[in-house]
Design a binder for this molecule. Structure first.
Ligand code: SAM
Length: 275
């Protein structure tokens, strides 16, 4: 059994295939094997597991996931320049890797994976948030998501009430998943270095949402509340129609509160009051 030992160093791969990083594809490559191994291990034991990776690029994180023992890795890569080198990676890891030349925003994960999977990805920053929102909707397909974001987005996912980063992304993510920050990565670790620090986050989908609420209503309430985050809720909820003070009272929330003061549980109570 081969385990990647015949593969050339990542820098040689980049040179051989002329992989000049394309900004439009959010390409910042990680070539440090200690770091890629550390990211892959955030997902927990991978032996026998199915994993999906978005944007394998030159394949550093891909090799780490396979070296950690994933039984099946489905990788989605939009850049055709990477396909040949990824085929070499697959061959050197007993074809446990399948690569699809697709746009990750367009694919239908339920048709690709066959069983519950982990997602592990150094995400292209320009599509990272829409991808997370898409996966939260399909969370029953995933055991865990270990994802690298720019730090500012990662901070929003794990933010607590009464902080500047707290908002729609915090509430949706924390309502549906256990979320935890894993570690920061300096721009210097990437080729080429991005302008900002990156952060690895782990999300583990819950069997059931943390509190009862209809997602569509919760999203509307949260969007209205944070749409005017400095206003009191009795004013910011007006666009939803009805009498906001009555709904807030029904949910046991002071009408003079502001969006960032409510926890996820209170937002769910408010969503129920709007049913
Ligand atoms: N995983 C590699 C690493 O850690 O070195 C590359 C990460 S780089 C930040 C993002 C990767 O996502 C690039 O390889 C890029 O071509 C790919 N990509 C960008 N947009 C994509 C999309 N919509 N669907 C699939 N892959 C995409």
């Amino acid at each position: 059994m081969s385990n990647g030992e015949n593969l050339p160093p990542l820098r040689d791969v980049i040179n051989k295939y002329g992989l000049r990083a394309e900004k439009s594809l959010g390409q910042n490559f990680l070539l440090d094997l200690n770091l890629t191994g550390r990211i892959a291990r955030c997902a927990g034991k991978l032996e026998g597991e199915t994993v999906m990776e978005v944007g394998p690029g030159p394949g550093g994180l891909t090799r780490a996931i396979l070296s950690e023992g994933a039984a099946k890795l489905v990788a989605i890569e939009k850049d055709t320049r990477c396909l040949e080198l990824l085929a070499e990676v697959s061959a050197d890891y007993d074809n446990r890797l399948t690569v699809l030349n697709e746009d990750a925003l367009e694919i239908s994960e339920e048709d690709l994976l066959g069983e519950k999977a982990h997602i592990i990805a150094n995400l292209p920053y320009n599509v990272a948030t829409p991808l997370l929102i898409k996966w939260l909707k399909k969370r029953h397909l995933f055991k865990s998501m270990t994802l690298m974001f720019q730090k500012e987005v990662a901070d929003r996912i794990v933010a607590a009430p009464r902080t500047k980063a707290y908002g729609r992304l915090s509430i949706l993510s924390q309502w549906l998943c256990d979320t935890s920050k894993q570690f920061d990565i300096s721009p210097k670790a990437f080729t080429p270095p991005p302008k900002v620090t990156s952060t690895v986050i782990k999300l583990v989908p819950l069997e059931q949402p943390r509190y009862e609420a209809k997602q569509e209503i919760l999203e509307k309430v949260v969007a209205a509340a944070f749409g005017q985050r400095r206003k009191m809720l009795r004013a910011s909820l007006k666009p939803l129609g009805g009498n906001p003070e009555e709904r807030l009272e029904k949910a046991g929330i002071k009408p003079t509160s502001r969006a960032e003061e409510l926890g996820v549980e209170e937002f769910c109570a408010l969503a129920r009051a709007y049913e």
